[in-house]
Write a protein that binds this ligand. Structure first.
Ligand code: NAP
Length: 296
């Protein structure tokens, strides 16, 4: 356990913003034996919902919350974090963190100027329904960015939540958040493309998804077991040039966009197949050549 001046379970934690992430995180911290002392939010109804399942969680105006709490999570939308931080008189030694993946910790400059310790605490998880999200949080990774004592406190909170910690240097947040999209919303985009192709022969999304999702789960299991390269399925992994040619011809009959996306993704799969040893350099060059020549 890292050294902190206040024992973790006695640290008074406050939340500004009672939305999806704020509620899921506060409920998880409460369940993990931490002291969620107060919430401040724009709407009283949301704040009441936030506080209801937590014993002794007060609903305060933001300044009173900041005055009483040792650690404040600003869980308002990204665009409002700086204005919220700028509008508060912080005190030396308290911790102030935001939970945005893409926003630099420097937006908390007012808190730092007032003597507070500032940081970032970004759970790599999707928070649509707060109750479901609170259940899915253990086992997730939380990216923290902080210095000194605050870093120790945030690491200890991550451990309490049953999560893994990822540490990020200053200046990398936008890149890091863009990368997270590939494990999140771009899965929707790639499956949306598959569904669109199914629709070309009259099938519906509700027919396509139940057929595609078990394959997604199988692929994820394969990646977990063997890694990205050796865990990659598909014709390129086997060096099956003829099948790739059939795909290009079939998708070329649909429209240019469909062919272009297939070609770009398939090109990216060639280096993985080569790294896995599934194809040699000649076969890799041949597949790349066929893909690059495909007209779109
Ligand atoms: N949702 C996710 O999956 C997720 C994942 C990782 C990180 N995050 C980060 O978590 C933060 C919050 O996102 P969210 O999805 O929880 O947003 P959200 O559901 O829209 O909730 C934001 C909350 O902040 C309140 N609020 C807005 N402006 C405020 C202000 N000036 N002062 C006090 N409260 C204010 C809102 O009040 P009302 O209830 O009145 O609207 C709402 O309760 C963001 O930085 C986001 O990037 C979200």
């Amino acid at each position: 356990m890292p050294h902190t001046s206040i024992p973790l379970s006695q640290l008074k934690i406050g939340f500004i913003g009672a939305g999806r992430l704020g509620r899921a995180l506060a409920w998880s911290l409460d369940t993990a034996g931490c002291r969620v002392h107060a919430v401040a939010s724009r709407g009283a109804e949301r704040a009441a919902e936030f506080a209801a399942p937590i014993a002794h969680c007060a609903q305060y105006p933001t300044q009173q919350l900041a005055d009483e709490c040792d650690l404040v999570f600003i869980t308002t939308p990204d665009a409002t974090i700086q204005a919220v931080a700028d509008g508060i008189r912080w005190r030396a030694g308290q911790g102030v963190v935001h939970c945005s993946g893409a926003t630099e910790v420097a937006v908390l400059a007012k808190a730092a100027a007032d003597g507070a310790m500032t940081g970032g605490f970004h759970p790599m998880q999707t928070f649509a329904d707060p109750a479901a999200a609170a259940r899915s949080l253990p086992g997730s990774t939380i990216t923290i960015e902080a210095q000194g004592e605050l870093n120790g406190i945030l690491l200890a909170l991550v451990e309490r939540l049953g999560c893994a910690a990822n540490q990020l240097p200053a200046g990398a947040r936008a890149r890091y958040h863009a990368a997270a999209g590939y494990a999140s919303q771009y899965i929707n985009v790639v499956l949306g493309e598959a569904v669109r192709i199914w629709q070309s022969w009259g099938a519906t999304e509700s027919q396509a998804l139940p057929a595609l999702l078990p394959m997604v789960r199988g692929t994820l299991a394969s990646i977990e077991a063997a890694g990205l390269a050796k865990g990659m399925p598909g014709p390129v992994s086997r060096g099956d040039v003829g099948t790739v040619e059939k795909h290009l011809a079939a998708l070329g009959e649909l429209d240019d966009d469909t062919l272009r996306l297939y070609r770009d993704l398939c090109l990216r799969s060639v280096s993985l197949a080569f790294a896995a040893g599934g194809i040699d350099a000649d076969k890799a060059a041949r597949i790349e050549g066929i893909l690059r020549e495909a007209k779109s």
